[in-house]
Design a protein around this ligand. Sequence first.
Ligand SMILES: Cc1cc2nc3c(=O)[nH]c(=O)nc-3n(C[C@H](O)[C@H](O)[C@H](O)COP(=O)(O)OP(=O)(O)OC[C@H]3O[C@@H](n4cnc5c(N)ncnc54)[C@H](O)[C@@H]3O)c2cc1C
Length: 438
Amino acid sequence: MHDVLVVGAGLSGLYAATLLREKGLSVQVLEARDRVGGRTFSDRVDGVRVDLGGQWIGPTQDRAYALVRRLGLSTFPSFHQGKKLLDIGGRSSSYAGSIPSLPPLQLIELELTIRRLEQLAKNPQPGQDSLSLAQWADRHIRSSRVREVMAIAVRVIFGADPEELSFYHFLSYVRSAGSLRRLVEIDNGAQQDRVVEGTHSLSRLLAEALEPAVRTGTPVRRVRETTKGLVVETDRGDFEGRRMILAVPPALAGRIAWEPPVPLARDLLCQRMPMGGTIKCVALYEQAFWRDAGWSGEVTAAGNPLTVVFDNTTAEGVPALVGFIVGGDARRWGLAGDEVRRAAVLAQLGRWFGEKATKPRAYVDKDWAQDPWSRGCPIGITGPGTLTTVGSALRTGWGRIHIAGTESADQWCGFLEGALQAAERSAAEVLEEFRLRS
Ligand SMILES: Cc1cc2nc3c(=O)[nH]c(=O)nc-3n(C[C@H](O)[C@H](O)[C@H](O)COP(=O)(O)OP(=O)(O)OC[C@H]3O[C@@H](n4cnc5c(N)ncnc54)[C@H](O)[C@@H]3O)c2cc1C
């Protein structure tokens, strides 16, 4: 019997297992996919390594930077020098710095709205869970263009449209990141740095150090709690453990059969926290022609398909753009099929950056909704009325089960940093249980 079974070899499960092993516990990590890393995933495209999952880290994400250093990896800054493009309602305009090119009154309203949201996020109130973010915006933002700019930010951060997201969830999320500006900015924000070796290396190297305690291709189907411990049934046989860290998002945890059934609040949460929708699109080029023309590569748009674009030139210097199809667009363009989507993305890049953008040396995209072990990304989202009723089940375990995974973090929830913070918290809970019983 293992001391601890960890379900899910994403960054959170692997880091929790590492921390427990360091304290002398025996661990077994069970991973459904035939690879580790979950929502961190680097693939080779035309011989070039491309991050198709989480890729950026930024200031105050101290655990992520520390892990990068500990594993002998390094970071490099995201490129963002030059003009940026705002394309809303068929009107496009360029701007410099981080303030979008809006008429003065709209700029003032945008600034006031951000300040107001920063203030509200310091202390989210349960009453705010009865509203969607769209309802709040309709009541408090006069300019439709400012509402659209806010909606774009929300779609990109959550992979969800403002109509789908509880205002309370939004504020709690901003609070866990420290500020809204920090969430959206490149410089001094969550998009500041990238990992030279790709973020997947974090998961890969943690898993290598844990070998042979990581079993891939081993989906957990059923968990039975007995008087002595837990029996976990997988496609590769049964595993026994004294305690478990469940490091999968609620939407996937709800697909596991539990005996006895999970507590009611947990079950309701798992039913009511679907994954957001994001398709990450990367185009590799021979030349960074947008830089030559004075563009930073950054675009903020009303979607259909892309909502944001950034320069994604690799650490080795291969020119690249990355774009995101998010929220309802991700559902529509996911259903549209690979070829139709690729053509639409390249045509849109062409409208912004010219003919050369339509002819990449390679193009790849990943619709995370079509990946059965993520079913969407970047994170699980909740509509009104969920967090204030069953939100406590996000990180409260039951029986012999402890919860990890970025959705359960209270610092940088939804990010790589959150995955690490949740791992630390869940590992500390398990260690406390073993200390009490020794
Ligand atoms: C496109 C995209 C862009 C993102 N951008 C950023 C970014 O720039 N910066 C950032 O910080 N974050 C970003 N994120 C979010 C970040 O990647 C995640 O927060 C983080 O990787 C989550 O780690 P986790 O271990 O909590 O969950 P996961 O990585 O989802 O790990 C869960 C694991 O559990 C496994 N699993 C599920 N069900 C079972 C089962 N029944 N049995 C066994 N195993 C199971 C899954 O296969 C998976 O490996 C992005 C994510 C995506 C997808």
